[in-house]
Design a protein around this ligand. Structure first.
Ligand code: ADP
Ligand code: MG
Length: 365
């Protein structure tokens, strides 16, 4: 696909939506869902599906881009966005678009794209996937989006200069469109010392609230016309309680120092150290309340290279259960298909703001 086909979004029927949701549910057990299984879970009685299924069986598998439409359909049902503009960025782990809400106000849409490069390029990745249940890109991208939204919200509430978070669904986040340019594209500024100080203060203020950005570089710092920084890109943020917190803190500081030296020839003896943090809040706890389990956060941070797979993170008291026993069972019994069908019903109803239709035993065969 590459580019988002807006026309397709418009014609995404209720039944297409249902089939895609069924595949999504199937992905809890299968990284790639066979068309037959999808058909079983979707359990559509009426015609019109055959086209989708033919399409699916033609390709045998379903690629991740289809979920863009699912998420975008939900966001447009909620009237968060109503039109599409250009792609404005391709990040390391995302595609960024300009979209607009129903009043034509431009907004920024970030489609998270994690786990695309697995099995290649990255050392040790193969073993990792063999040893764990395989993690689908959708699983990781959802965690990434959920985390990003939660941090952005918590930071915004505390007056940090970040884009205003608007809404998210699945792996898609909608936020305020920053009126400015990434620092990496700026070759001259009037007062580098002022911006430098401001950025260092931000790093410390993050720390005072219990968090470290973790990727505080010239690509994730936007600068407005007035020369003010706005920080973006939060999925990889880590707690100041993290084992390697000091390392992450220093790395963020050094990113700024070396960039200012390289680009603006500006050097300062003044830069913060981890000990300068004095705690006044705890954003981390708030983000943990966003529904992500510790295992999910760990899976994401390992994927992003922030932590090692066998690293034990900070507080090890609560063990989390994210229904894994349930998810790992093969989908072979009628009961399980029924369960998944009901999950599909619930999910579709919630997404499209419709009444839930719970199946009775007789409905499954
Ligand atoms: P990634 O996690 O893939 O690095 P980012 O969130 O850093 O994604 O976004 C990638 C690029 O998209 C940024 O460098 C910036 O140019 C642009 N961008 C991201 N968010 C916004 C926004 N809210 N407003 C304007 N441009 C943005
Ligand atoms: Mg980035």
């Amino acid at each position: 696909m590459g580019k988002l086909d807006v026309v397709m979004l418009r014609y995404l029927s209720a039944e297409d939506f249902r089939v895609l949701t069924a595949i999504e549910m199937g992905m809890k057990n299968h990284e790639l869902v066979p068309a037959m299984l999808a058909a079983q879970i979707a359990n559509l009685k009426h015609g019109g599906v055959s086209k989708i299924l033919r399409e699916l069986s033609k390709h045998k598998l379903v690629s991740y881009e289809r979920y863009d439409y699912l998420a975008l359909k939900v966001l447009s049902t909620r009237e968060v966005l109503s039109s599409f503009g250009n792609q404005i960025g391709v990040g390391k782990e995302s595609n960024i678009y300009v979209v607009a809400d129903k009043d034509d106000k431009p907004l920024c849409l970030k489609l998270h794209r994690l786990g695309r490069t697995c099995f290649r390029n990255i050392k040790g990745k193969r073993d990792y996937h063999q040893n764990r249940k395989s993690m689908s890109w959708l699983y990781l991208s959802r965690i990434s989006a959920t985390r990003e939204f939660a941090y952005m919200k918590a930071l915004q509430d505390r007056g940090f200069p970040v884009p205003k978070p608007i809404d998210f669904n699945r792996h898609c986040v909608v936020m305020e469109l920053v009126n400015g340019y990434p620092l990496c594209t700026i070759s001259e500024i009037e007062n580098p010392d002022e911006l430098y100080d401001e950025l260092m203060n931000l790093i410390v203020r993050f720390g005072n609230h219990g968090v470290i950005h973790g990727d505080f570089n010239e690509f994730n710092i936007m600068v407005t016309d007035k020369g003010k920084p706005i920080i973006i890109d939060f999925p990889q943020m880590v707690s100041t309680e993290h084992l390697n917190a000091e390392y992450f803190f220093d790395r963020d500081v050094n990113c700024v120092r070396s960039f200012f030296k390289r680009k603006f020839g500006y050097e300062s003896e003044l830069y913060p150290s981890f000990k300068d943090i004095c705690r006044e809040g705890c954003i981390d706890a708030e983000v943990k309340a966003s529904g992500l389990t510790r295992q999910m956060e760990k899976d994401l941070l390992v994927e992003m290279g922030q932590i090692d797979e066998d690293e034990d993170s900070d507080d090890d008291d609560d063990d989390d259960d994210d229904d894994e026993s349930n998810e790992e069972k093969p989908l072979d019994s009628i009961t399980e298909i029924k369960l998944l069908r009901n999950q599909v019903n619930e999910s579709v109803a919630k997404d499209l703001n419709e009444k839930i239709n719970i199946l009775s035993d007789n409905d499954v065969n």
